[in-house]
Design a protein around this ligand. Structure first.
Ligand SMILES: Nc1ncnc2c1ncn2[C@@H]1O[C@H](COP(=O)(O)OP(=O)(O)OP(=O)(O)O)[C@@H](O)[C@H]1O
Ligand SMILES: [Mg+2]
Length: 531
């Protein structure tokens, strides 16, 4: 392998004395040059060309956004840079040295750090232990004894440096996702990373957490660190990136300075067509109440939740991350127990003790975390898309696999699912395409009540529009739909009526016409609406 012939620059064994100032000096050396130059990178998987001659350059001290539809090849490119995958051909030039492939150890040693979406930290270890994982500070080189005092002190310094008010001794598992990501950033700073890669880092963060992340990114950038930032939220790209590269079908389409282009322009490059209406809302006639939730309580989590959902209605749940929206959905669908309250479906009380009870009552729940709850990754697209339906047909003693597959294929095509075929394993699809399979699965289920928790998380702009159209179809067919959205624009664009939650309580209710960002924020911050 060519990589063996080209040794990476040696990294000195300065355990413990690698201070922040060293990181600054070193990165200043490359401050005005190009730090990363990828040329002609190609990677094929069976049936898919994931990367097809990708070229991309990143400079020290810039935030470089990467945009592209689901399956465009963004994560695959990142995996070549972190050494998780080996390219078939092409080169990666980093800090003046050319490589034909990297492995994880070498990538880290030469200064490429990555903040993965599925965090790579260990929950039961302390914050400091996680920051220094694999690069611990020892009391002396000969003795294999950790210098905990120094590690804690150094960690405190790193945390203070990014204004993170967390104790180095705190157990990592007690922190929220946002703070855990910050700990990953501390790790990258400690390892002296010159390039920090972030693959959809904000998809599970609250707005405040995302804001904190952008502040830290700006600080890293000032120090001369280059950041590759992948996101489907184009407003974030516009607000934080200096340069943007658009990828499509495994190729880089164009790189440009963000200030020279508009978001619409990026969308056009990404999907190869114009999207006129980002929220193609169509109102359906509202009918009878299909779901009624009364005085739902769960100690310390939910407080007296009351609401009704009508046939043909899209009811939006807004609020900050942690406000209790997912918890409400989980209680209604039997995923979590509740202490008191009643749930009526079509005017009849139903006892829901486990998820199967709610499925049998006709409630479909699309969970926010597809990996944990939604999909069987080692099964095929067809299997996953049809699993709910098969259950139904199986009970009736009749299984028309062919018919089900045909419908599944149709829905997947509508959402532009990128796969080498219906037999492809779901685990090998790109993140956003996995989400589309979850949606297809529930759309096939014949349910009359749908609860979508963050339905478009990780989905590209073009596919979002298709998901909204499918929601239109559901309500036009008489279903009632609940959408839980963190993006204010989305809930305002698609819901007929909005409920706002704060700390386990409903603090506001408004129609689509009445809704404004201010009004939602007001209720989301815990101020109750004057009635
Ligand atoms: N291990 C694998 N085996 C087979 N195909 C794969 C594998 N990893 C990725 N692919 C395919 O390569 C293509 C690019 O996927 P990638 O994950 O890079 O997309 P992405 O741009 O990150 O998309 P998303 O926005 O949905 O995360 C997809 O068609 C995907 O199915
Ligand atoms: Mg991806």
């Amino acid at each position: 392998m060519g990589e063996d012939g080209q040794a990476a620059k040696p990294v000195s064994g300065r355990r413990g004395d690698l201070s922040l100032s060293t990181a600054i000096e070193e990165s200043e050396m490359v401050a005005d040059g190009i730090l990363l130059r990828v040329k002609g990178l190609t990677k094929k998987f069976p049936g898919v060309v994931a990367l097809d001659g990708v070229d991309i350059e990143a400079r020290a001290g810039e935030i470089h956004g990467i945009c592209g539809e689901n399956g465009a090849g963004k994560s695959t490119l990142i995996k070549m840079l972190t050494g998780a995958h080996t390219p078939d051909s092409g080169t990666i030039e980093f800090d003046g040295v050319t490589y034909t492939a990297l492995d994880p150890r070498r990538a880290m040693a030469i200064g490429i750090g990555c903040i993965y979406q599925e965090l790579n930290l260990i929950p039961h270890l302390s914050v400091a232990e996680n920051i220094f994982l694999g690069r611990e500070i020892y009391l002396s080189d000969s003795l294999n004894i950790l210098d905990r005092a120094q590690m804690n002190a150094k960690a405190a310094e790193l945390l203070a440096d990014i204004d993170l008010n967390v104790s180095p001794r705190a157990r990592l598992g007690t922190l929220g996702v946002g703070h855990q990501q910050m700990i990953e950033i501390c790790r990258a700073i400690w390892s002296n990373a010159k390039l920090i890669i972030m693959d959809e880092p904000t998809s599970s963060l609250s707005e405040k957490e995302a804001h904190d992340l952008f502040r830290v990114m700006a600080r890293m950038k000032e120090r001369g660190v280059a950041i590759l930032f992948i996101s489907h939220r184009l407003d974030e790209i516009r607000a934080n990136c200096d340069t943007v590269t658009v990828m499509r079908d495994g190729r880089t389409i164009e790189s440009f300075a963000m200030k020279e282009r508009s978001v619409d322009n990026i969308i056009q490059l990404m999907v190869g067509r114009n999207i006129q209406n980002k929220y193609p809302k169509e109102r359906a006639a509202h009918g009878d109440v299909v779901l009624s939730v009364r005085n739902l309580n769960r100690k310390g989590v939910l407080h007296d939740i009351n609401f009704e959902l009508r046939a043909g209605e899209v009811l939006g749940f807004a609020g900050l991350v942690g406000a209790g929206r997912t918890e409400t959905a989980r209680a209604i669908t039997g995923a979590d127990p509740f202490d008191s309250g009643t749930i009526e479906v079509f005017g009849k009380e139903v006892k829901i003790r486990q998820p199967l009870d709610s499925i049998n009552a006709g409630i479909a729940f699309l969970t926010e975390n597809r990996k944990e709850q939604g999909l069987i990754l080692i099964q095929s697209v067809a299997f996953n898309a049809t699993i709910v339906k098969m259950h139904k047909y199986g009970k009736a003693g009749w299984l028309s696999l062919k018919g089900i597959r045909e419908t599944a294929r149709k829905i997947c095509a509508e959402m532009r699912l990128k796969t080498s075929g219906m037999d492809m394993l779901v685990g090998k699809l790109s993140g956003g395409n996995q989400q589309k399979v979850v949606i297809a699965k529930w759309l096939l289920s014949n349910a009359k009540i749908f609860i979508f928790d963050e339905p478009t998380r990780g989905i590209d702009v073009g596919a979002k529009v298709e998901v909204y159209k499918l929601i239109n179809q559901l309500v036009a067919g008489g279903a009632g739909v609940i959408i839980i959205c963190s993006e204010m624009e989305e809930v305002m664009g698609m819901a007929d009526r909005i409920l706002v939650m704060h700390e386990g309580e409903i603090t506001g209710e408004m129609t689509q016409e009445e809704a404004t960002q201010e009004r939602i924020m007001y209720a989301a911050s815990g101020f109750k609406q004057a009635s």
